[in-house]
Design a protein around this ligand. Structure first.
Ligand code: OGA
Ligand code: MN
Length: 275
């Protein structure tokens, strides 16, 4: 048996994991090492994992329950995983810094994304550590944010998916089922206890209790704060690469720099109510 190896991508975020096959159930030490590495590095990368969608789902189940997202792309064949199939990614939603499905009262714990078909070059994904982003804010701003709640709404990401032809959902029906929710602007990670900035450009619509003008100025600043490469890493995919991110402490951005078909499979893990 090869030993599991962990190699950091940057000082703040990301690690490549090798010496483990995701095809079979993990040994308990490997499972624990992966879970600990996820908490430490926020996103883990695996290469050369030639696994079926069912095996990807089984890998995910070892870390939590599967979350069925409120809307899924029309290509998806099973409630357990979604199929992303893009050729003109610009403006389709993932090319905007975000964490997934924060419009849910209990947003996902994390996601496991596998590259199935890739353009010759391009289509990298960037990840940002939102604990580092929070810690880089000045003390007075952190203190102010600590007491604030923000509203998250499904409308913008769903509208983009519909406009791009990826979803056949009816906007008004999904909106009625998933009304806007409120989350702390800074969430405390349920396992590590670390504070992370928890607003994002796809779903966060306003900070509660602030005037419209204050929101106009402050919210874009907080949303843009993720853009510093100091909090980020960038993953160059190969076919059969996987990324496993902690959706509670990160955001991600899919670089829309290709015009060939790119197909990915994502399994989403259910999370809890942000506190
Ligand atoms: C996602 C997502 C990024 C990518 O699956 O939630 O944003 O690179 N994907 O496809
Ligand atoms: Mn996403």
């Amino acid at each position: 048996m090869k030993a599991l190896q962990i190699k950091k991508v940057t000082h703040v975020i990301g690690a490549e994991i090798s010496g483990v096959s995701l095809k079979e159930p993990l040994r308990s030490e490997a499972r624990a090492a992966i879970e600990a590495a996820l908490l430490e590095h926020h996103v883990l990368f695996f290469r050369d994992q030639d696994i079926t969608p069912e095996e990807q789902v089984e890998f995910a189940r070892q870390f939590g329950e599967i979350s069925t997202p409120p809307f899924t792309p029309k290509y998806s064949k099973s409630p357990d995983y979604i199929v992303l199939d893009q050729t003109t990614p610009e403006g389709e939603g993932a090319d905007n810094w975000h964490s997934d499905n924060t419009f849910m009262a209990e947003p996902p714990l994390g996601s496991i994304l596998k590259a199935v078909l890739l353009p010759e070059t391009g289509g990298d994904t960037c990840f940002a550590n939102m604990v580092a982003a929070y810690e880089a804010l000045s003390e007075p701003i952190r203190t102010m944010l600590d007491g604030l709640e923000a509203e998250h709404d499904i409308t913008k990401p769903l509208q983009k998916a519909i406009d791009a032809g990826h979803s056949e959902a009816k906007l008004s029906e999904v909106q009625a089922k998933w009304p806007p929710v409120q989350h702390p602007a800074v969430r405390t990670h349920p396992v590590t206890g670390k504070k992370a900035l928890f607003v994002n450009g796809n779903s966060t619509t306003r900070l509660l209790g602030l005037s419209a003008r204050e929101n106009q100025i402050l919210l874009p600043f907080l949303i843009d704060h993720v853009r510093s490469p100091a909090f980020q890493c960038r993953f160059r995919w190969d076919t059969n690469s996987l990324a496993f991110w902690d959706n509670r402490s990160t955001q991600h951005f899919a670089v829309p720099d290709y015009q060939e078909r790119r197909v990915m499979h994502r399994v989403t893990l259910a999370g809890d109510r942000p506190a």
